[in-house]
Ligand binder design. Structure first.
Ligand code: HEM
Ligand code: HEM
Length: 259
């Protein structure tokens, strides 16, 4: 694939760049924010991962941790790669070569875990009849969109940074990404990036727009409070009989009192 092939080259117009790299991301982010407020007000009881553990657990037990561990590592990699400017890592003594080598190595392991885990989750959803029957419209949007985003990201890393000569996305894609949040859009920064990076960024924007209407809202409900919460102590209302009394019929069964 020609590394310089890009959407903008095909469109060859400044207007297309503005549409793709400014208007579209901001529309998706607006839908992301407003959608979450709407979902929270409309459907607080449906704000869960909708776990299907009770319907099928063999594939889930392996696929879900693999996918989630991969996802957490990929997210950490994105925070460093997209949000932290190259000048900061260089000031911290991490040169471009060291950064690139570490990012490709860790990113590849995380990417393989995420792709494999997601493949297992999707296979389970397609092959296990009980899961297929509980798959609703939002899942039919979420799973393909998530898979396309993950495969494009993985593909971009593999084609350009593992098998290719190496592409410095921190001076293009990352500059565009930070510009969006700094309210200082830089469409020209990503306009010449390779097609796989561009498609990955666009599908990620679409995923953010779909996010509030899917089970992905569970990401914001991590039970972090559990770490600081006091223990729940479960006690019987009646004292437990002494060991010597065990097996002896009590005059009034405990279950009746507890009810
Ligand atoms: C904040 C930390 C997170 C927690 C505590 C969490 C927890 C869970 C739980 C408990 C489930 C139900 C399935 C199971 O029992 O394993 C689940 C499902 C799921 N999670 Fe997460 N998750 C987190 C972050 C994420 C992230 C970052 C993503 C994706 C970017 C994600 C995507 C999914 C998907 C797609 C499912 C559905 C799996 C299926 O039913 O096929 N989660 N998550
Ligand atoms: C606009 C938002 C995003 C941008 C700008 C972006 C950008 C990038 C870039 C530049 C890479 C290449 C990293 C490398 O070669 O070392 C990459 C890889 C990857 N991305 Fe994204 N990404 C975004 C959102 C997402 C989302 C939402 C997901 C999945 C839920 C995702 C999943 C991946 C995966 C699996 C890889 C390959 C593994 C890795 O290198 O870490 N990305 N992304």
């Amino acid at each position: 694939m020609n590394a310089t092939l890009s959407l903008s080259a095909a469109a060859s117009a400044g207007g297309a760049d503005l549409l793709l790299w400014v208007a579209f991301p901001y529309i998706c982010l607006a839908v992301f924010v407003v959608g979450h407020v709407w979902r929270y007000r409309q459907d607080q009881f449906g704000w869960t991962s909708h776990t299907t553990q009770l319907l099928e657990h063999r594939w889930l037990r392996r696929g879900s941790p693999l996918f989630h561990l991969g996802a957490f590592s990929v997210i950490a990699g994105h925070v460093v790669g997209l949000a932290v400017p190259a000048s900061w890592t260089e000031a911290a003594g991490i040169g471009e070569r060291a950064y690139h080598t570490t990012a490709v190595a860790l990113g590849s392991v995380a990417g393989v875990a995420m792709v494999t885990g997601l493949a297992m989750l999707c296979a389970r959803r397609l092959l296990a009849r009980r899961i297929r029957l509980t798959t609703d419209r939002s899942d039919k949007v979420l799973f393909p969109l998530l898979s396309v985003t993950v495969l494009l990201g993985f593909g971009a890393t593999a084609v350009h940074n593992v098998f290719g000569g190496g592409y410095d996305y921190r001076s293009t894609v990352s500059v565009w990404f930070r510009g969006i949040f700094a309210l200082h859009p830089r469409p020209e920064a990503i306009a010449g990036a390779p097609l796989l990076f561009q498609l990955h960024a666009l599908s990620a924007c679409l995923l953010f727009a779909a996010w509030p209407f899917t089970r992905l809202v569970h990401v914001w409900s991590a039970p972090i409070g559990y770490l600081a919460r006091p223990y729940l102590v479960y006690r019987r209302r009646t004292p437990t009989p002494a060991p010597a009394m065990r097996g002896v019929q009590s005059p009034e069964p405990r279950t009746r009192r507890a009810a």
